[in-house]
Design a protein around this ligand. Structure first.
Ligand code: CMC
Length: 427
């Protein structure tokens, strides 16, 4: 705690509030004592609220900084890989060589799902949205592991974390295969995490695994750049669900549902839908005008961020990966991508977007990469969820292994005050 104190004066009565300092970032006014004084704080959207203490990820939105356990995202994206980042997020430190090999083996050994999951998938209609299947399938995982769901046992928490990281890509690929009516692919233990995912998505039992290394590298980067992002809507959902003592599979399923919305993880899908709707470069001005019109609900998908009021540092890395993938696949002249590039340029130069600090976000570029790789748009959020799973588990585990209370916000009540029930014939 710092020596600073905040004072709040209400109706002539002054309340002293402690000010807490983190290792970096804004100080936090500790309002926990307010309830005893008869007050709640009011902060819809939690714009001014720190909901927990955490040592996992730090974001400085004004300066476009993102650190995982202190390491800048740019360094991790250049020098590390997704599984190493998973270890870092879960354990707080980078692994040594032996720990890295063991962790990779442990994840690889858990990639298969119980064969009964195949029957679960068969119950979904073929045109079910992949996110709908994913919510169900991930929640259903808890049905298979009754023996290791004691959240107070660190070993149970660890095995659940490994299972989730390992099995979610398998489930993600199953969502796609079910959708297109192809056989589910078993994971291949000789492949890396990203290669395996692309193999399960695009391979068939008739062929040997054949994954393009440039696309596997880009896929690994997509997972890595989505791995964690502090207390966003889905992570906060996971923490809230976890605070009731729910099992980790159920908590991660709740995170997946929160991610689905177009203002959060659904944005990468919405970007491609929007580009298709724009249709050609000539129509861009009309859509930009719609985005700026206060009376039109249309927004440019893939632009703006609640926290970053500067270029999203993940977007910078993703943009480079995007150019590599487009060059590798010879897609530099794709018409949809031409719209994306022109839109990016116009928005970066337009006063409306400059004033409001609305930059292209990570979803803008990840959507373009995934489209180029051949991933259908309705799978985009599933892939975001695959990468984000480790962040959700790291936050869940951090909370469960520390001291926490069930999350229970209060409200500013604006409904009726007490009134008497009227029998139906008198209404
Ligand atoms: N297009 C046009 N105008 C926008 C946009 C946009 N994409 N985003 C914000 N604005 C305007 C908004 O109308 C408001 O204008 P004014 O001050 O004149 O009323 C101003 O910018 C501030 O917007 P806000 O809604 O108060 O900002 P927010 O922090 O509540 O919203 C956001 C952040 C990400 C929900 C929003 O920018 C948005 O809807 N973006 C499009 C969806 C998107 O790309 N989401 C992915 C976010 S990154 C992935 C993730 O972390 O989940």
């Amino acid at each position: 705690m710092s020596d600073k104190k905040a004072q709040l004066t209400v109706d002539g009565k002054t309340i002293d509030l402690p000010v807490l300092s983190g290792n970096t970032g804004p100080d936090v006014i500790d309002v926990r004592s307010l309830v005893a004084q008869g007050y709640f704080t009011y902060d819809p959207g939690f714009m001014s609220t720190a909901s927990c203490e955490s040592a996992i990820t730090y974001i400085d939105g004004e300066n476009g900084v993102l650190l995982h356990r202190g390491y800048p995202i740019e360094q991790l994206a250049e020098k590390s890989d997704f599984l190493e980042l998973c270890f870092l997020l879960l354990n707080g430190e980078l692994p040594n060589a032996e720990e890295k090999t063991k962790f990779e083996n442990d994840v690889t050994m858990h990639t298969m799902v119980n064969e009964a999951m195949v029957r679960l998938f068969r119950g979904f209609h073929h045109d079910a949205h992949p996110m709908a299947m994913m919510c169900g399938a991930v929640g259903a995982l808890s049905a298979f592991y009754h023996d290791s769901l004691d959240i107070t046992d660190p070993e149970h928490r660890e095995i659940s974390a490994l299972r989730l990281i390992a099995k979610i890509p398998t489930i993600a690929a199953m969502c796609y295969k079910h959708h297109i009516g192809q056989p589910f692919m078993y994971p291949n233990n000789k492949l890396s995490f990203a290669e395996n995912f692309l193999h399960m998505m695009f391979g068939t039992p008739c062929d040997e695994p054949n994954v393009n290394p440039v696309l596997a590298r880009a896929m690994d980067k997509i997972f890595l750049l989505h791995a964690d992002h502090e207390q966003n809507a889905s992570t906060s959902t996971v923490r809230l669900a976890g605070s009731s003592g729910a099992n980790p599979f159920a908590c991660i399923a709740s995170g997946i549902t929160a991610l689905w919305g177009p203002a959060h993880g659904g944005a990468n899908e919405a970007v491609l839908t929007m580009l298709a709707e724009i249709g050609s470069v000539e129509n861009i001005d009309t859509f930009v005008a719609k985005a700026k019109d206060k009376n039109d609900p249309f927004r440019l998908m893939g632009f703006g961020h609640r926290v970053y009021k500067n270029f999203d540092p993940r977007a910078k890395v993703m943009k480079v990966a995007c150019d590599e993938v487009l060059a590798e696949l010879g897609l530099e002249n794709d018409p949809l991508l031409a719209i994306a590039k022109r839109l990016e340029q116009i928005a970066l130069e337009d006063e409306y977007f400059i004033q409001r600090k609305l930059y292209p976000n990570v979803d803008f570029y990840s959507g373009i990469i995934m489209k180029a790789i051949g991933i259908p748009t309705d799978m985009f959020t599933v892939i975001f969820a695959t990468g984000r799973t480790v962040g959700w588990i790291a936050h869940w585990a951090e909370m469960i292994s520390g001291s926490y209370k069930i999350g229970r916000p209060r409200q500013l009540y604006t409904g009726y005050t007490p009134r008497d029930y009227q029998p139906v014939e008198e209404r």
